[in-house]
Unconditional design. Structure first.
Length: 393
Protein backbone atom coordinates (compact mmCIF):
# COMPACT_ATOMS: atom_id res chain seq x y z
CA UNK A 1 0.00 0.00 0.00
CA UNK A 2 1.41 3.39 -0.98
CA UNK A 3 2.20 6.08 1.59
CA UNK A 4 -0.45 8.33 0.07
CA UNK A 5 -3.10 5.63 0.28
CA UNK A 6 -2.05 4.85 3.87
CA UNK A 7 -2.26 8.53 4.80
CA UNK A 8 -5.70 8.74 3.21
CA UNK A 9 -6.83 5.68 5.18
CA UNK A 10 -5.61 7.20 8.44
CA UNK A 11 -7.20 10.53 7.60
CA UNK A 12 -10.55 8.89 6.85
CA UNK A 13 -10.32 6.88 10.09
CA UNK A 14 -9.77 10.10 12.02
CA UNK A 15 -12.67 11.86 10.26
CA UNK A 16 -15.01 8.98 11.08
CA UNK A 17 -13.81 8.76 14.69
CA UNK A 18 -14.30 12.49 15.25
CA UNK A 19 -17.69 12.05 13.65
CA UNK A 20 -18.57 9.50 16.34
CA UNK A 21 -17.36 11.91 19.03
CA UNK A 22 -19.56 14.60 17.57
CA UNK A 23 -22.46 12.16 17.19
CA UNK A 24 -22.65 11.77 20.97
CA UNK A 25 -21.78 15.42 21.57
CA UNK A 26 -24.66 16.52 19.36
CA UNK A 27 -26.90 13.96 21.03
CA UNK A 28 -26.18 15.85 24.26
CA UNK A 29 -26.37 19.55 23.41
CA UNK A 30 -28.75 19.33 20.48
CA UNK A 31 -30.98 17.15 22.63
CA UNK A 32 -31.32 20.11 24.96
CA UNK A 33 -31.35 22.75 22.25
CA UNK A 34 -34.70 21.64 20.88
CA UNK A 35 -36.50 22.68 24.09
CA UNK A 36 -34.34 25.39 25.69
CA UNK A 37 -36.46 28.15 24.13
CA UNK A 38 -39.61 26.58 25.55
CA UNK A 39 -37.80 26.02 28.87
CA UNK A 40 -36.80 29.68 29.14
CA UNK A 41 -40.38 30.66 28.35
CA UNK A 42 -41.58 28.20 31.00
CA UNK A 43 -39.29 29.92 33.52
CA UNK A 44 -40.74 33.34 32.65
CA UNK A 45 -38.43 34.73 29.96
CA UNK A 46 -39.86 36.98 27.20
CA UNK A 47 -39.26 36.54 23.48
CA UNK A 48 -36.69 39.34 23.56
CA UNK A 49 -34.89 37.60 26.44
CA UNK A 50 -34.89 34.27 24.59
CA UNK A 51 -33.47 35.96 21.49
CA UNK A 52 -30.80 37.71 23.56
CA UNK A 53 -29.79 34.49 25.32
CA UNK A 54 -29.69 32.50 22.08
CA UNK A 55 -27.78 35.23 20.27
CA UNK A 56 -25.54 35.97 23.25
CA UNK A 57 -24.62 32.32 23.55
CA UNK A 58 -23.71 32.12 19.89
CA UNK A 59 -21.76 35.39 20.12
CA UNK A 60 -19.77 34.10 23.10
CA UNK A 61 -19.20 30.77 21.37
CA UNK A 62 -18.09 32.30 18.09
CA UNK A 63 -16.03 35.09 19.66
CA UNK A 64 -13.98 32.66 21.75
CA UNK A 65 -13.11 30.74 18.61
CA UNK A 66 -10.80 33.50 17.40
CA UNK A 67 -8.95 33.32 20.73
CA UNK A 68 -8.80 29.53 21.03
CA UNK A 69 -7.76 29.13 17.40
CA UNK A 70 -4.90 31.62 17.79
CA UNK A 71 -3.71 30.02 21.03
CA UNK A 72 -3.79 26.55 19.48
CA UNK A 73 -1.79 27.68 16.44
CA UNK A 74 0.80 29.52 18.52
CA UNK A 75 1.32 26.82 21.15
CA UNK A 76 0.70 23.75 19.03
CA UNK A 77 -1.28 22.26 21.93
CA UNK A 78 -4.41 21.66 19.91
CA UNK A 79 -5.80 18.82 22.00
CA UNK A 80 -5.80 20.87 25.22
CA UNK A 81 -8.25 23.28 23.60
CA UNK A 82 -10.29 20.34 22.34
CA UNK A 83 -10.57 18.71 25.77
CA UNK A 84 -11.43 21.93 27.63
CA UNK A 85 -14.05 22.76 25.01
CA UNK A 86 -15.74 19.38 24.98
CA UNK A 87 -15.78 19.11 28.79
CA UNK A 88 -17.49 22.50 29.19
CA UNK A 89 -19.75 21.85 26.19
CA UNK A 90 -20.93 18.52 27.61
CA UNK A 91 -21.28 19.18 31.33
CA UNK A 92 -23.30 22.40 31.14
CA UNK A 93 -26.18 20.56 29.45
CA UNK A 94 -27.24 18.06 32.16
CA UNK A 95 -26.65 20.81 34.75
CA UNK A 96 -29.74 22.55 33.31
CA UNK A 97 -31.77 19.97 35.25
CA UNK A 98 -30.71 21.74 38.46
CA UNK A 99 -31.80 25.28 37.52
CA UNK A 100 -34.92 27.03 38.78
CA UNK A 101 -34.74 30.47 37.16
CA UNK A 102 -34.26 31.61 33.58
CA UNK A 103 -31.10 33.68 34.30
CA UNK A 104 -29.42 30.58 35.80
CA UNK A 105 -30.47 28.51 32.81
CA UNK A 106 -29.24 31.26 30.50
CA UNK A 107 -25.80 31.12 32.14
CA UNK A 108 -25.51 27.40 31.45
CA UNK A 109 -26.78 27.81 27.89
CA UNK A 110 -24.10 30.43 27.24
CA UNK A 111 -21.49 28.23 28.98
CA UNK A 112 -22.36 25.33 26.71
CA UNK A 113 -21.91 27.56 23.66
CA UNK A 114 -18.56 28.78 25.02
CA UNK A 115 -17.33 25.21 25.33
CA UNK A 116 -18.36 24.40 21.79
CA UNK A 117 -16.66 27.58 20.60
CA UNK A 118 -13.36 26.74 22.31
CA UNK A 119 -12.97 23.40 20.53
CA UNK A 120 -14.69 24.20 17.24
CA UNK A 121 -11.92 25.99 15.22
CA UNK A 122 -9.33 23.42 16.26
CA UNK A 123 -11.53 20.52 15.17
CA UNK A 124 -12.34 22.38 11.94
CA UNK A 125 -8.61 22.85 11.28
CA UNK A 126 -7.97 19.15 11.87
CA UNK A 127 -10.82 18.13 9.57
CA UNK A 128 -9.50 20.51 6.91
CA UNK A 129 -6.06 18.90 7.31
CA UNK A 130 -7.56 15.43 6.89
CA UNK A 131 -9.59 16.77 3.97
CA UNK A 132 -6.39 17.33 2.03
CA UNK A 133 -6.26 13.56 1.69
CA UNK A 134 -9.93 12.57 1.41
CA UNK A 135 -11.58 15.74 0.00
CA UNK A 136 -12.59 18.77 2.05
CA UNK A 137 -16.27 18.58 1.20
CA UNK A 138 -16.24 14.86 1.97
CA UNK A 139 -14.49 15.35 5.33
CA UNK A 140 -16.86 18.08 6.53
CA UNK A 141 -19.88 16.37 4.98
CA UNK A 142 -19.21 13.00 6.69
CA UNK A 143 -18.51 14.66 10.01
CA UNK A 144 -21.68 16.73 9.77
CA UNK A 145 -23.74 13.68 8.80
CA UNK A 146 -22.62 11.82 11.93
CA UNK A 147 -23.19 15.02 13.93
CA UNK A 148 -26.76 15.09 12.78
CA UNK A 149 -27.42 11.44 13.57
CA UNK A 150 -26.73 12.31 17.20
CA UNK A 151 -28.63 15.56 16.85
CA UNK A 152 -31.64 13.54 15.69
CA UNK A 153 -31.52 10.93 18.45
CA UNK A 154 -30.89 13.42 21.29
CA UNK A 155 -34.14 15.38 20.92
CA UNK A 156 -36.09 12.12 20.64
CA UNK A 157 -34.63 10.96 23.96
CA UNK A 158 -35.63 14.27 25.56
CA UNK A 159 -39.09 14.13 23.99
CA UNK A 160 -39.61 10.62 25.37
CA UNK A 161 -38.49 11.67 28.85
CA UNK A 162 -40.79 14.69 28.86
CA UNK A 163 -43.73 12.79 27.39
CA UNK A 164 -43.42 10.15 30.11
CA UNK A 165 -44.08 12.90 32.66
CA UNK A 166 -40.50 13.51 33.73
CA UNK A 167 -40.59 17.18 32.78
CA UNK A 168 -37.68 19.38 31.76
CA UNK A 169 -35.45 18.21 34.66
CA UNK A 170 -35.56 14.56 33.58
CA UNK A 171 -35.14 15.51 29.93
CA UNK A 172 -31.95 17.44 30.65
CA UNK A 173 -30.62 15.06 33.32
CA UNK A 174 -30.71 11.97 31.11
CA UNK A 175 -28.31 13.69 28.71
CA UNK A 176 -25.49 13.12 31.20
CA UNK A 177 -25.11 9.63 29.68
CA UNK A 178 -24.20 10.66 26.10
CA UNK A 179 -22.09 13.50 27.55
CA UNK A 180 -19.85 10.99 29.33
CA UNK A 181 -19.76 8.69 26.28
CA UNK A 182 -18.55 11.66 24.22
CA UNK A 183 -15.56 12.14 26.47
CA UNK A 184 -14.78 8.42 26.31
CA UNK A 185 -14.64 8.41 22.49
CA UNK A 186 -12.66 11.66 22.56
CA UNK A 187 -9.84 9.78 24.28
CA UNK A 188 -9.67 7.40 21.31
CA UNK A 189 -9.83 10.28 18.82
CA UNK A 190 -6.95 11.98 20.63
CA UNK A 191 -4.72 8.97 20.00
CA UNK A 192 -5.81 8.64 16.36
CA UNK A 193 -5.39 12.34 15.65
CA UNK A 194 -1.77 12.79 16.69
CA UNK A 195 -0.62 12.60 13.06
CA UNK A 196 -3.46 14.84 11.81
CA UNK A 197 -2.56 17.87 13.94
CA UNK A 198 -2.07 20.94 11.71
CA UNK A 199 1.55 22.01 11.47
CA UNK A 200 0.97 25.72 11.08
CA UNK A 201 4.60 26.75 11.45
CA UNK A 202 5.85 24.17 8.93
CA UNK A 203 4.87 26.34 5.99
CA UNK A 204 5.79 29.87 5.11
CA UNK A 205 3.64 32.41 3.31
CA UNK A 206 0.18 33.83 3.93
CA UNK A 207 -2.55 32.09 5.89
CA UNK A 208 -5.09 32.90 3.15
CA UNK A 209 -4.38 32.15 -0.51
CA UNK A 210 -7.28 34.26 -1.82
CA UNK A 211 -8.14 37.25 0.40
CA UNK A 212 -10.89 38.69 -1.85
CA UNK A 213 -12.71 35.33 -1.81
CA UNK A 214 -12.19 34.97 1.95
CA UNK A 215 -13.68 38.44 2.53
CA UNK A 216 -16.68 37.64 0.30
CA UNK A 217 -17.31 34.34 2.07
CA UNK A 218 -17.02 36.06 5.46
CA UNK A 219 -19.55 38.75 4.48
CA UNK A 220 -21.85 36.12 3.03
CA UNK A 221 -21.52 34.05 6.19
CA UNK A 222 -22.37 37.11 8.30
CA UNK A 223 -25.59 37.64 6.33
CA UNK A 224 -26.52 33.98 6.69
CA UNK A 225 -25.88 34.15 10.44
CA UNK A 226 -27.97 37.29 10.88
CA UNK A 227 -30.91 35.90 8.93
CA UNK A 228 -30.88 32.32 10.21
CA UNK A 229 -33.35 32.29 13.12
CA UNK A 230 -32.19 30.30 16.14
CA UNK A 231 -34.38 27.29 16.92
CA UNK A 232 -34.87 28.64 20.45
CA UNK A 233 -37.11 31.32 18.94
CA UNK A 234 -38.99 28.76 16.84
CA UNK A 235 -39.57 26.66 19.98
CA UNK A 236 -40.64 29.79 21.88
CA UNK A 237 -43.15 30.65 19.15
CA UNK A 238 -44.52 27.08 19.04
CA UNK A 239 -45.09 27.05 22.80
CA UNK A 240 -46.46 30.61 23.02
CA UNK A 241 -48.89 30.15 20.13
CA UNK A 242 -49.80 26.59 21.16
CA UNK A 243 -48.71 25.17 17.83
CA UNK A 244 -47.61 21.90 19.50
CA UNK A 245 -46.73 20.61 22.97
CA UNK A 246 -43.21 20.68 24.44
CA UNK A 247 -42.49 16.99 23.73
CA UNK A 248 -43.63 17.45 20.11
CA UNK A 249 -41.32 20.47 19.75
CA UNK A 250 -38.39 18.21 20.60
CA UNK A 251 -39.60 15.63 18.07
CA UNK A 252 -39.88 18.30 15.39
CA UNK A 253 -36.34 19.42 16.18
CA UNK A 254 -35.23 15.81 15.75
CA UNK A 255 -36.83 15.85 12.29
CA UNK A 256 -34.80 18.95 11.42
CA UNK A 257 -31.62 17.21 12.54
CA UNK A 258 -32.50 14.11 10.51
CA UNK A 259 -32.92 16.29 7.44
CA UNK A 260 -29.52 17.85 8.14
CA UNK A 261 -27.96 14.38 8.51
CA UNK A 262 -29.25 13.43 5.04
CA UNK A 263 -28.43 16.77 3.45
CA UNK A 264 -24.87 17.16 4.78
CA UNK A 265 -23.05 14.43 2.82
CA UNK A 266 -25.13 15.15 -0.27
CA UNK A 267 -24.30 18.86 -0.17
CA UNK A 268 -20.66 18.09 0.63
CA UNK A 269 -20.26 15.83 -2.39
CA UNK A 270 -22.17 18.26 -4.60
CA UNK A 271 -19.81 21.02 -3.52
CA UNK A 272 -16.76 18.88 -4.36
CA UNK A 273 -18.21 18.16 -7.82
CA UNK A 274 -20.17 21.28 -8.77
CA UNK A 275 -18.77 24.06 -6.59
CA UNK A 276 -20.43 27.37 -5.70
CA UNK A 277 -23.89 26.86 -7.24
CA UNK A 278 -24.53 24.25 -4.53
CA UNK A 279 -24.51 27.00 -1.91
CA UNK A 280 -26.98 29.15 -3.85
CA UNK A 281 -29.46 26.29 -4.18
CA UNK A 282 -29.15 25.41 -0.49
CA UNK A 283 -29.66 29.02 0.66
CA UNK A 284 -32.79 29.36 -1.47
CA UNK A 285 -34.20 26.38 0.41
CA UNK A 286 -33.25 27.65 3.86
CA UNK A 287 -34.64 31.13 3.18
CA UNK A 288 -38.08 29.52 2.88
CA UNK A 289 -37.81 27.99 6.37
CA UNK A 290 -38.66 31.12 8.38
CA UNK A 291 -42.01 32.06 6.78
CA UNK A 292 -43.17 28.45 6.98
CA UNK A 293 -42.11 27.98 10.61
CA UNK A 294 -43.37 31.34 11.92
CA UNK A 295 -46.52 31.85 9.85
CA UNK A 296 -47.71 28.29 9.45
CA UNK A 297 -49.20 25.54 11.56
CA UNK A 298 -49.32 21.77 11.26
CA UNK A 299 -47.61 20.34 8.18
CA UNK A 300 -46.64 23.82 6.95
CA UNK A 301 -44.78 24.64 10.13
CA UNK A 302 -43.18 21.18 10.10
CA UNK A 303 -41.94 21.81 6.54
CA UNK A 304 -40.36 25.03 7.79
CA UNK A 305 -38.57 23.14 10.57
CA UNK A 306 -37.30 20.56 8.04
CA UNK A 307 -35.89 23.29 5.78
CA UNK A 308 -34.39 24.94 8.86
CA UNK A 309 -32.45 21.69 9.29
CA UNK A 310 -30.94 22.11 5.82
CA UNK A 311 -29.58 25.43 7.09
CA UNK A 312 -27.45 23.71 9.74
CA UNK A 313 -25.89 21.56 7.02
CA UNK A 314 -25.18 24.66 4.94
CA UNK A 315 -23.35 26.36 7.83
CA UNK A 316 -21.40 23.37 9.13
CA UNK A 317 -20.57 21.64 5.85
CA UNK A 318 -20.78 23.99 2.86
CA UNK A 319 -19.67 27.32 4.32
CA UNK A 320 -16.74 25.79 6.20
CA UNK A 321 -15.71 23.88 3.08
CA UNK A 322 -15.74 27.13 1.09
CA UNK A 323 -13.59 28.88 3.69
CA UNK A 324 -11.22 25.90 3.78
CA UNK A 325 -10.86 26.11 -0.02
CA UNK A 326 -9.24 29.56 0.13
CA UNK A 327 -6.95 29.21 3.16
CA UNK A 328 -3.57 27.52 3.46
CA UNK A 329 -2.26 25.01 5.99
CA UNK A 330 -0.55 27.83 7.85
CA UNK A 331 -2.50 28.91 10.97
CA UNK A 332 -5.74 27.24 9.93
CA UNK A 333 -7.29 27.38 13.39
CA UNK A 334 -6.61 31.12 13.61
CA UNK A 335 -8.20 31.77 10.21
CA UNK A 336 -11.27 29.69 11.02
CA UNK A 337 -11.47 31.59 14.32
CA UNK A 338 -11.50 34.95 12.49
CA UNK A 339 -14.33 33.79 10.24
CA UNK A 340 -16.24 32.48 13.25
CA UNK A 341 -15.86 35.76 15.14
CA UNK A 342 -17.60 37.69 12.36
CA UNK A 343 -20.20 34.95 12.06
CA UNK A 344 -20.94 35.06 15.81
CA UNK A 345 -21.28 38.83 16.03
CA UNK A 346 -23.74 38.74 13.15
CA UNK A 347 -25.66 35.86 14.75
CA UNK A 348 -26.05 37.86 17.97
CA UNK A 349 -27.26 40.96 16.14
CA UNK A 350 -29.72 38.93 14.06
CA UNK A 351 -31.02 36.99 17.07
CA UNK A 352 -31.51 40.15 19.11
CA UNK A 353 -33.48 41.73 16.27
CA UNK A 354 -35.56 38.57 15.73
CA UNK A 355 -36.18 38.25 19.46
CA UNK A 356 -37.75 41.70 19.58
CA UNK A 357 -39.68 41.09 16.36
CA UNK A 358 -41.19 37.81 17.59
CA UNK A 359 -42.83 39.83 20.40
CA UNK A 360 -44.06 42.67 18.20
CA UNK A 361 -44.10 41.73 14.49
CA UNK A 362 -43.77 38.17 13.24
CA UNK A 363 -44.13 39.30 9.58
CA UNK A 364 -41.27 41.73 10.18
CA UNK A 365 -39.16 38.87 11.54
CA UNK A 366 -39.93 36.80 8.44
CA UNK A 367 -39.01 39.63 6.08
CA UNK A 368 -35.74 40.33 7.90
CA UNK A 369 -34.70 36.67 7.87
CA UNK A 370 -35.52 35.99 4.22
CA UNK A 371 -33.90 39.17 2.86
CA UNK A 372 -30.67 38.65 4.82
CA UNK A 373 -30.21 35.09 3.56
CA UNK A 374 -31.01 35.95 -0.05
CA UNK A 375 -28.54 38.85 0.07
CA UNK A 376 -25.82 36.37 1.06
CA UNK A 377 -26.04 34.35 -2.17
CA UNK A 378 -24.08 36.72 -4.47
CA UNK A 379 -21.14 36.77 -2.05
CA UNK A 380 -20.74 33.01 -2.43
CA UNK A 381 -21.58 32.60 -6.11
CA UNK A 382 -19.97 35.55 -7.90
CA UNK A 383 -16.35 36.59 -8.13
CA UNK A 384 -13.16 34.63 -8.54
CA UNK A 385 -12.08 31.99 -6.09
CA UNK A 386 -11.49 28.32 -5.76
CA UNK A 387 -14.18 26.40 -7.58
CA UNK A 388 -13.95 23.37 -5.39
CA UNK A 389 -12.06 22.21 -2.35
CA UNK A 390 -11.71 18.74 -3.74
CA UNK A 391 -8.46 16.84 -3.10
CA UNK A 392 -7.43 13.50 -4.50
CA UNK A 393 -5.73 11.06 -2.13
Amino acid sequence: MSTTRLDAKRALHFVLLMGVVNLFADMTYEGARGVVGAYLGHLGASGAAVGAVAGGGELAGYAIRSVSGTIADRTGRYWIDVWIGYALNMLCVPALALTGSWPAAAGLIIGERLGRGIRRPVVAAMLAQAGEQVGTGRAFGLNEALDQVGATVGPLIVAFAIARGGGFATGFGILLIPALVTLGFLAAATRAGRTIIPRSEAESGPAVRDWPAFRRYTIGGALVAAGYVDFALIAFRFQRDHVVGVAAISVWFAVAMAVAAIASPILGRMFDRVGKPTVAIALLLTAAATPLAFLGRGAVAEAGVALWGVGTAVQDALLLAMVASVITSRRKATTFGLYDLVFGVSWFIGSAICGVLVDYSVPGLVAFSVVAQLLAIPFFVFGTGTRSARRHP
